[in-house]
Design a protein around this ligand. Structure first.
Ligand SMILES: C[S@@+](CC[C@H](N)C(=O)[O-])C[C@H]1O[C@@H](n2cnc3c(N)ncnc32)[C@H](O)[C@@H]1O
Length: 279
């Protein structure tokens, strides 16, 4: 498998050409409010105190960190990404919604998550499967060890993961999005999966009502880690009480977004879960 990491090229007089891929990503993939709700309430229920300092690894546009500093006056966030371009976008587009006081409690840091030497955070959040860019046990364990080392004494690592039998094969999922003045189709494509190495290549495409398309707006070269592997590596890295949180179903048969701690999951076609790992 070869991976083209270049940015998508689209005609500038089309809707795709005028669209902003980071904005479309936030609208279609992220729900910072729900993520922070989960992280905040779960930390409180485990540690019996509110967290203050959150480090968002692989932060991209820093949307989640912005949400964290909006929540409480005592909250501070460190948003870490290796890519200067995406951090710049976050500063330009997400920071203006913050008050000067909130802005003071947020720091964007351009760094490799393996090397970033930050103050000990109460929470490290590594969401949207970004840690799957570590493709073997040695690399992923190194990342988990590093996070355990930098966390506060009662710190907690929050991760997400996805899986199910549909995740092990090429598949395309589409959703119509109508939000914030944007109307487009979001496509998640699992382009290739190699059962020998576990390597997974995925793309996000965006299509617009004028027929234009932003092909491969985002491309991911990951290892598809399973929950037993992730849990074992977290334990081997020294974390305790590694817990999985599973969501239920609403009356329409859709996932209800209410993630509860479980010891057994369901063998569904596709699922998303959260994990916590305590220092
Ligand atoms: C999937 S995106 C971000 C997702 C975001 N956390 C979210 O919740 O939607 C992955 C990000 O990881 C960043 N990244 C990749 N390798 C990194 C590294 N070693 N250290 C820090 N950031 C990294 C990329 O620049 C990219 O912005």
């Amino acid at each position: 498998m070869t991976v083209n990491k270049s940015k998508p090229v689209v005609e500038s007089d089309t809707l795709a050409g005028q669209a902003d891929r980071h904005k479309l990503y936030e609208l279609s993939v992220q729900c910072a409010e729900a993520e922070i709700d989960f992280v905040d309430v779960t930390y409180q229920s485990i540690r019996r105190r509110t967290a203050r300092l959150l480090r968002e690894d692989f932060c991209g546009t820093g949307n989640v960190s912005c949400e964290w500093v909006k929540r409480r006056k005592a909250n501070r966030a460190l948003a870490i990404d290796i890519d200067a371009e995406v951090l710049h976008w976050g500063r330009m587009h997400n920071c203006p919604s913050l008050t000067p006081a909130q802005l003071k409690r947020l720091e964007f840091i351009q760094a490799d998550v393996l090397k970033a030497d930050t103050q000990p955070p109460d929470i490290v959040a590594a969401m949207n499967f970004s840690y799957w860019l570590f493709k073997d046990r040695k690399q992923l364990k190194k990342y988990f060890r590093r996070i355990r080392k930098i966390l506060a004494a009662d710190g907690i690592l929050f991760l997400d993961a996805y899986g199910g039998y549909d995740s092990f094969r090429p598949i395309v999922e589409e959703r119509e999005i109508d939000a914030d003045g944007w109307l487009f189709k979001y496509t998640w494509e699992q382009e290739a999966y190699d059962p020998i190495t576990g390597r997974l290549i995925c793309n996000i495409h965006f299509d617009f009502p004028d027929g234009s398309r932003m092909e491969r707006a985002f491309r991911y070269d990951w290892r598809l880690w399973t929950l037993p592997e992730i849990r074992e590596l977290l334990s081997e890295a020294g974390f305790s009480n590694v817990q999985v949180y599973w969501q239920g179903w609403d009356d329409d048969g859709e996932p209800d977004g209410d993630f509860q701690p479980v010891d057994e999951g369901e063998a569904e076609a596709g699922w998303i879960c959260y994990l916590t790992a305590e220092k």
